[in-house]
Design a protein around this ligand. Sequence first.
Ligand SMILES: NC(=O)c1ccc[n+]([C@@H]2O[C@H](COP(=O)([O-])OP(=O)(O)OC[C@H]3O[C@@H](n4cnc5c(N)ncnc54)[C@H](OP(=O)(O)O)[C@@H]3O)[C@@H](O)[C@H]2O)c1
Length: 297
Amino acid sequence: MAFFLTLLRSQLFARLPYPATSFEGQTVVITGSNTGLGLEAARHIVRLGASRCILAVRTPAKGEAAAASILSSTRATTDAIDVWPLDLSSYDSIKAFGKKLQTLDRLDAVIQNAGVLTSHWKVEPGLGLESHVGINAVAAVLVGLVALPKLKETARETGTTTRLAFVGSDLHFIAAFKEAENEGPLLDVLGDEKLANMGDRYSTSKLLLHYAVQELAARSPLGKGADVLITDVTPGACESDLFRDEKGSLQAFIQSILIKLMARTTEVGSRALVHGVDPHLGPEAHGRFLMDCKVVE
Ligand SMILES: NC(=O)c1ccc[n+]([C@@H]2O[C@H](COP(=O)([O-])OP(=O)(O)OC[C@H]3O[C@@H](n4cnc5c(N)ncnc54)[C@H](OP(=O)(O)O)[C@@H]3O)[C@@H](O)[C@H]2O)c1
């Protein structure tokens, strides 16, 4: 009950500030930025003067269309946007992406935004893991890990705080995570279709992500000087393509009504993503969960 009141308050009354901090001279990577929240976050960051915004997407043609859309709505020139391939369903793709990141002159911020939601059981062949666990938790963290060395190097060389934001969800507050009551290694238990509660799996994957972000931040503490600030941010409920697999069911119909009544636009939700990598974000946000552009957990 407390969660639903918090959610209602957030969705109906919170006002997310329009991003205004300059990203001038900075290189920023945003995964899953061909559509939805990632695309709108990229649009803000390009508008705010980033010298290089890298759209890391699994379908390059969709990335090129997103780049064209950003160029048509900002004053940026083509050299401000790159499209790089990244498929979070494949360890090989994440490794190749990590190697490519090392070739950059600098890397100031990464928004690990790509994610999925579905009620159908599927194992990602390139990961050997169920989709939510694989993409939203394990691959998301791996993307962060392959980006960290370059983020640390840039922090050292520029004397600034670089930023790594993971896009989580407030639904992690109500994850039942019943699978954890079973014996055995966690990934094996979560990989057993017979034990899976698919209605809860998305929330559980975002809870796992949250735990992983806390652990990552603890293992990469902020030093006195320049370092990498790591956050877990929620955009709140937004009207996007996230529910694309769910169309047609009664649950989807009810969800679509709730979304129409309460959801933010992806532009408004994306402000939370940009806030998660704001150059002025303070050390109190390190390893924490940010909702409505505020530290809440
Ligand atoms: N919308 C909400 O209400 C809400 C609320 C809380 C948190 N979030 C989180 O916000 C993030 C963005 O969601 P969204 O609402 O903008 O949804 P969306 O419109 O469906 O965008 C998801 C993005 O992730 C990409 N993606 C999915 N699987 C991928 C993979 N295996 N490899 C690479 N990219 C992949 C998609 O690429 P394709 O277009 O190629 O499929 C798309 O670019 C997600 O992490 C989601 O969990 C959303």
